[in-house]
Write a protein that binds this ligand. Sequence first.
Ligand SMILES: [Zn+2]
Ligand SMILES: [Zn+2]
Length: 692
Amino acid sequence: MMNLKEKADTFSWVGLEVDKLTMELEPFQREEILLPTEPGGWWHQYVCPQHHTELIFDAMECNAVVFACPKGCKLEGEPYRGAWLVYRHQAMARYALHAAAVFAADGEDFYSGLAQKILVGYAEQFPLYPVHPDAQPWMLSGRAFHQALTEAIWSTTLIRAYLLLVDHGVTFAEEEELKLQVFFTMLEESMEQYRHILIYEKKNAESNYTAWLNASLACIYAAKGTTEKLASLLEGEGGFYHHLSIGVKPDGFEFEGSTYYHIFVLRAYLIAAEMAGRFGVDLYEAKGDQGQSIRGMFQLLVEISGDNGELPAVHDGPYARVPFAREIAEVFEIGSAVYTELNLQPILANAYRYLYGEGERTGLEAVLYGVGESRELQSTYTVRDSVLLPDSGFAVLRHPGNPLSVLADFGEHGGSHGHFDKLHITIMHRWGEVAPELGMVPYGSILRKEWYSETTSHNTVTIGGRSQAPHTGSCRQFRKEGNATYLWIRSDGAYEGAILDRHLVLADGWLLDWFHVEQVMERDQEVDLWFHPTGHLRLPADPHRVQTASPTFLGLEAGYGSVEILSVMKNETDCMLNTEWNIRYREVGTDREYEVSTSTLLAPGSIMHEIRTPGIAEDPSRLLRGIMLRHIGPSVDFITVYREGHEPAVLKLVSQAGELPRIQIATTGQRIDYCLDPKAGLIQEESRNTEE
Ligand SMILES: [Zn+2]
Ligand SMILES: [Zn+2]
């Protein structure tokens, strides 16, 4: 592999990016480097208590005392200062790596000096930090941070900077090298101790923490050149191979079913692999007991991403944030270099687009890990098939002729990072989101528990005004046939005595969503189906729809307290009522618009609520308008057809009373009848090409 100097000389884009990185370090020509003498707190508390948005962080500010929310609030004191210190320590570690990269590429001593000052500064400072007294009780407490986990992550950045310098011929003065070795040894002792507690005392070897303690220790051993200890990180309980076997499902998903923690663990694995590589051990091709592999973890992300490379924020994890996008860029640059047969470019391009506005290789991650003649990246996936992930419990339905795709969640709850979200669907358009998973706010926000983990914030069903119980659903059928994919998923553990069945068909011209609920015990509870699109919702003028005088609430518990009712329409007739509505979107970063039109069959007595709720987790205060359908009674069918464009599909009930329900869906040129049999599933009865 080329070193950075050779890369900068060979690829013109790398040289240009190094110039930009050099410019960014300009302020350090004049300013002294000030490392905070206080340890960091918990970053999740860096969130506005009023707007629930992450507070603004300026990496160049040395000693912040006022913390601003993007909406204008000004906060002071704890816990914001402690949280800010985490960002500051992480930023200084990143500057060390940044300066080391500039030095490695252009050889100017000022930059190696800058990186050295940060490294030696932390080596001097580290023994002075107390073992953190303010850590939350469930945390393994660290020294430079509340959490040992944060310390592990921070240490890998510093040591990568150290190794980059050493690899490019930098030597430290004897006294400084000694301080660094003391620092590494202290880190080593703490990390080994945390690892012991986590694996043997807490018996939590599968935790995402373990992967990070392994990564940190691999870095430390590489920095100290202690080959003999590496083996202890690979073999045995909680070792690399064991963690891959228990922390990742056979279908490739990290066991918590969270996109964020999946990438978190993947990044730790890649750091461990980089360090093991220095000792001549190849972990890139390592396999778990059931075939789990790093390659498989990349493949999984490709499977669940949207056509534009956007990753759904399933289970805990931010909707989008700068540090996460950098992590994605790093992981996918390394992945693209190692697993050349995988197409990882659209996800990579999407991360760069979020960070820099353009979907091409830019910035520190690109310089450090990017390989290739060109900075340009393919920005969309073309043809990908529908896929079932049987172990983690997700399915993605795709169709080459349909710009819409859908991801359904029926798997395990996901431990402490799960949401009460079984049978949730995320709908995507080729150009962006339609009804996504809303993501998670920083954990310090009360909305974590009061909205984002509750069932009501997901596109699924609640019964009796309560959230679902943590449980695992099942897949009854997954069939790719002709030119459609059919998925039938079930949940019978969400509410005692209730069975929830969701049937999805993705065909050429539409997405059919039939949600059938049976209550066998308490038979007259409210069944609510939630739908949270992010676009501009337009409901037709309808004399039966009544605006509520002032926004009202349907309850306080289980997220209902975050939902305002804007208008209400009840089906007072004794037949199914067809209602159509439309949502308009604009593709992020362009003027391109897209639309989704829907037709819903509202059962007699059912009520359609127009709702207003907190927005996606990146900015909860940007409220969303959505739909909640309510039915009271022992059994209900919610039937909706989504279609790309301005014209909804024609949806009607064609069966007589007393028969199994049959519906007909018609669009230009096509007409299909389906029988909705709760026992046998969805049966396609007749398909007619109506084109003249
Ligand atoms: Zn605020
Ligand atoms: Zn969720």
